[in-house]
Design a protein around this ligand. Sequence first.
Ligand code: 4FM
Length: 244
Amino acid sequence: MRFDVVTLFPDMLQGLFAEGVVGRALQSDDLTLNCVNPRDFTSDVHRTVDDTRYGGGAGMLMKAPPLAQAVQSLPRRPGSRVIYLSPQGKPLTQHKVRQLAQQEQLILVCGRYEGVDQRFIDHYVDEEISIGDYVISGGELAAGVVIDSVARCIPGVVGQVQSVVEDSFFEGLLDAPHYTRPAQFEGEAVPDVLASGHHEKIEDWREQQALERTWQQRPDLLEECRLGTGQRRLLRDLLEQENL
Ligand SMILES: Nc1nonc1C(=O)NCc1ccc(Cl)cc1
């Protein structure tokens, strides 16, 4: 997978991935990160990348030509997609992450200021993606979230594939609680079942905890995910316990 990031702040992205498991993977041949700066595609002495809006309105917009030339400067692999990060995009979900991980190349365009000229989006962007319903200062952190979550889905990037499969949202449910040594922490012990060594009971307990936590924190996820018969029974028991 090749990640190309179109950004006015290339050092930000390099900094985000200077260490860590994804950072190390990005040094390898099968996973690369390249940044391209639209400012390098300006022709005026001030290297202008922004301008005021037609029709008025506060703040500045990113101009289309430097963004377009930055994207055009990139070598394109078959199966490459241009993604624009913004609050106007479709929500980034684990399902979308898995879809993106199938591509050969992702070109991530990071906006700054108050937005970009819509004609750049219409002519060059394949899809707009949002990492959440809030506004951050630019698309760079959102691009970092896409790179990290997609890279984790690529075989060989994150060791112990099992830990990736068990990540929250891989089964559509939130994760069960986890515990490690010490056995006692501030007077609280670890749930007995986890010390029982009874793997089937432990799996059932974790399944029940994941359902309970998802039901409490994110009932919306329960509508979407396809529950197995065992999970459905556990959820029914849970709702009965809660007299619901
Ligand atoms: N939420 C989000 N999910 O993806 N990106 C965001 C976000 O807030 N970007 C800020 C942003 C995006 C475009 C421009 Cl021009 C300026 C600022």
